[in-house]
Design a protein around this ligand. Structure first.
Ligand code: BJW
Ligand code: ZN
Length: 246
């Protein structure tokens, strides 16, 4: 793979680099994406299941869906893309990884500074008293109840719900202040996360998209690198390390 001279030049001098990741980054680990054809989301659209009304209408069903996905996510391992991003954190003085993913794979690959915009599937909480329930038995297919009687739900952000305030504010600041911004493996169809690359562009960052196919924002970024993020990130990190003697 040949990377543009412009990108290598920008990265050689960059102090502040921000990255937004989406489901495509975990695809090479075996975690299904939301909007690619042939995935588990073809039967139930994210908008149908990932919302509070769906949970209240049939809590056992939505809970068992999350247990199923939790099982998939626990049984996969990070791929070379996750590891490359963990390495980048060590290369750039100010490197911020913002993810829409709930699968924990960035942390499992060694990334320390991870901002999660849509929560984390490993955590759960009671909808009535907000008590945390984080060690959940995967065989438990019916929704659990708290001592207070409230239903326990996954600590993820569903449609119509606010993103965690501090995480979103920090992500916006990262978009405004970086010199290079990568948007990787996301269709950029879900807001407000999809605005981050556009904010970065507005604030003069060099915005690079890595994706297997064009997205809603491909026309708005400075550079599109088409292909699998695992392969591309590994190669790119190797080049940066060589160029910067790291
Ligand atoms: C590869 C690859 C490989 C494959 N290598 N690439 C402004 C305008 C319009 C609407 C709204 C708006 N503001 C808010 C909204 C409403 C709504 C929204 O955005 N709707 C859109 C659908 C239009 N947003 C919200 O409700 C958000 N809340 C909010 O805004 O609160 C304020 C508010 C409240 C009430 C009213 C108004 C405002 C919350 C959004 C929550 C999203 N939650 C989910 C589920 C999380 C839990 C769970 O997993 O179950 O988050 S939905 C789902 O989509 C998940 C993801 O994080 C998110 C993004 O998906 P992502 O990661 O981009 O995945 P895909 O599948 O779409 O794309 C994968 C990409 O990878 C593809 O491009 C592939 O090509 C690529 N790929 N393999 C590289 N190997
Ligand atoms: Zn409770």
């Amino acid at each position: 793979m040949v990377f543009s001279e412009e990108l290598i030049k920008k990265l050689k001098s960059a102090k502040t680099v921000s990255v937004l990741t989406g489901a495509g980054v975990s695809a090479e680990s075996g975690v299904p994406t939301f909007r690619d054809p042939g995935g588990i989301w073809e039967k139930f659209r994210p908008e149908q299941l990932a919302n509070f009304e769906a949970f209240m209408a049939d809590p056992d069903f939505v809970w068992s869906w999350y247990q199923h996905r939790r099982e998939i996510m626990r049984n996969v391992t990070p791929n070379q893309g996750h590891y490359a991003l963990a390495e980048m954190e060590k290369i750039f003085p100010d490197f911020n990884l913002i993810t829409q993913n709930i699968d924990n794979l960035h942390r499992r690959a060694g990334s320390r500074k991870v901002t999660e915009l849509h929560g984390n599937i490993e955590r759960n909480y009671c909808i009535k008293c907000r008590k945390d329930f984080n060690d959940i038995d995967l065989t438990q297919k019916k929704v659990l109840k708290c001592e207070c009687g409230g239903l326990i739900r996954p600590d993820v952000v569903w449609f119509g719900e606010m993103l965690p305030y501090n995480a979103l504010k920090f992500a916006e600041e990262c978009a405004r202040s970086c010199q290079v911004f990568f948007t990787i493996g996301t269709s950029a169809e879900v807001y407000p996360a999809a605005l981050l690359p556009l904010i970065a562009k507005q604030y003069d960052a060099y915005v690079v998209e890595i994706n297997t196919r064009p997205t809603a924002i491909s026309m708005d970024v400075d550079e599109v690198i088409e292909g699998k993020s695992g392969e591309i990130l590994k190669e790119l990190t190797d080049i940066i390390k060589k160029e910067l003697n790291k």
